[in-house]
Design a protein around this ligand. Structure first.
Ligand code: PLP
Length: 433
């Protein structure tokens, strides 16, 4: 299915893309944008993004340097911006249907940056309980150190509405939750958040950088994601990104209405949010993406659609097969009619319910040690099918009740389906069972 891109991507062009790269391709579909965006035409131009191995960039005059230090809009020091990273940011912006992106060193860096761009000490976040364990850990353990508290509730707009407080600035959910496969009802969540003056941020890691869903088009304000997964696609690189849409309201948020930041809003309007994300995540905290990593991720994005479509189709077939298997317990995949999020799949995920599923076995250690094709590794979105035991690994550090709330039991196996032949995967699982 084609997903037309917005008429323009660069509301704040100074933040989102280099002046010499044109990312406005109003009529291109996802697949075309993934391979064509940001690559200039011309004699001797590279096919693909050049890697700029540089820590700093030159000025010709002091006035230029002074202007750049004031605006952070161009190139000065690579902790803040680098042309290869900026080219990737433009591509992610286009693929997510956003207006600006900051690329960062990991998905965790993106999560922290997204939250800190709208929350400060004394603020509150409402998040769904079926999150990736690292996100739950950050919300429960790290953000309270900075005076930001979180209420975790089931993935349900009514429960989220009931948990909203006067100081709630952000609602956080995963597009397709890792690993339970819950789907975020983005329009309903946006309504709940906006009614209370909060913003909606969606972790779109399992939504595959806009391929399965573009949350900003359904009303989300911020998309954060790990680019380590389907974007990189080969288990060879770490990265993350934060993308903003164009309709967020910042006026009621104390960060943008008090003190020093007030001038930021007056100066940059909607662009203040993206500006602050780069300032916080890259400039101040230095969670900067390396240019070589940016190149690998940009290249990975070129085949994301091909890989993820095949992986979704295989995941659907495996989920249906496993759900009938006598040696397998509960199978959780939103593409199955018995999953609570199944009704949302048609609305938000017309291309497929993702490449991750979970299933329960009696003896996880025995099952995992017998595998010959599937590999045990704590990653998602690799071209190879990866399995993990979330109870003792990815979710091992969060309390038991939080693990259950995230859809993880002692028997749960998480599988991120790769591009191998369905028959080989089935045969391997069968012999291991
Ligand atoms: C949904 C989700 N968000 C964020 C992250 C964190 O990403 P990274 O490992 O790139 O820091 C992960 C990692 O597994 C994830 O699954």
């Amino acid at each position: 299915m084609s997903q037309p891109l917005p008429p323009e991507h660069s509301e704040d062009a100074a933040v989102s893309s280099a002046p010499d790269i044109d990312f406005s391709f109003p009529t291109w579909d996802y697949e075309t944008t993934a391979v064509q965006s940001g690559i200039p035409r011309g004699l001797g131009e590279t096919i693909g993004f050049p890697i700029h191995a540089a820590a700093a960039f030159q000025f010709e005059t002091l006035a230029q340097a002074q202007q750049e230090f004031q605006d952070n809009a161009g190139l000065s020091y690579a902790r803040i911006q680098n042309p290869t990273v900026r080219a990737l940011e433009g591509r992610v912006t286009a693929l997510e249907g956003g207006t600006a992106t900051v690329a960062l060193a990991s998905g965790q860096a993106a999560t922290l940056t997204a939250i800190m761009s709208v929350c400060r000490a004394g603020d509150h976040v409402v998040a769904t309980s079926s999150l990736f364990g690292g996100s739950t850990g950050m919300l429960n353990n790290i953000l309270p150190l900075m005076g930001i508290k979180t209420t975790l509730v089931p993935n349900n707009p009514q429960r989220i509405r009931a948990a909203m407080k006067k100081n709630t600035r952000l609602v956080w959910a995963e597009m397709i939750s890792n690993p339970s496969g819950d789907v975020a009802d983005i329009s309903a969540l946006a309504e709940v958040a906006h009614a209370r003056g909060a913003l909606l941020a969606i972790d779109n890691t399992c939504g595959g950088t806009g391929y399965l869903c573009q949350p900003l088009r359904h009303g989300a304000d911020i998309v954060a994601q790990s680019l380590t997964k389907w974007a990189g696609g080969h288990g060879s690189v770490m990265g993350g990104s934060v993308t903003v849409g164009g309709r967020h309201q910042l006026e009621g948020n104390p960060i943008y209405s008090d003190g020093a930041e007030q001038s930021l809003l007056a100066q940059r309007g909607q662009g203040a949010l993206a500006w602050r994300q780069r300032w916080f995540g890259a400039h101040q905290l230095g969670m900067t993406l390396a240019p070589h990593s940016a190149f690998l991720i940009a290249q990975g994005l070129e085949t994301l659609g091909l890989r993820l479509q095949r992986e979704c189709n295989t995941a659907q077939a495996l989920a249906e097969w496993l759900s009938q298997h006598p040696k397998v317990g509960k199978v959780s995949y939103a593409g199955l009619p018995d999953h609570p999020s199944h009704p949302l799949v048609q609305t938000y995920l017309p291309r497929g319910a993702g490449a991750v599923l979970t299933f329960e076995v009696d003896d996880p250690a025995r099952f995992l040690s017998r595998l010959r094709v599937l590999r045990i590794a704590p990653n998602l979105g690799d071209v190879r099918t990866l399995v993990v035991h979330p109870w003792t690994t990815t979710h091992g550090r969060i309390p038991e009740d939080a693990r259950h709330a995230a859809g993880v039991t002692p028997g749960t196996i998480r599988m991120s389906v790769g591009v191998e032949a369905l028959r080989d995967l089935q045969e391997d699982i069968e012999q291991a069972l």
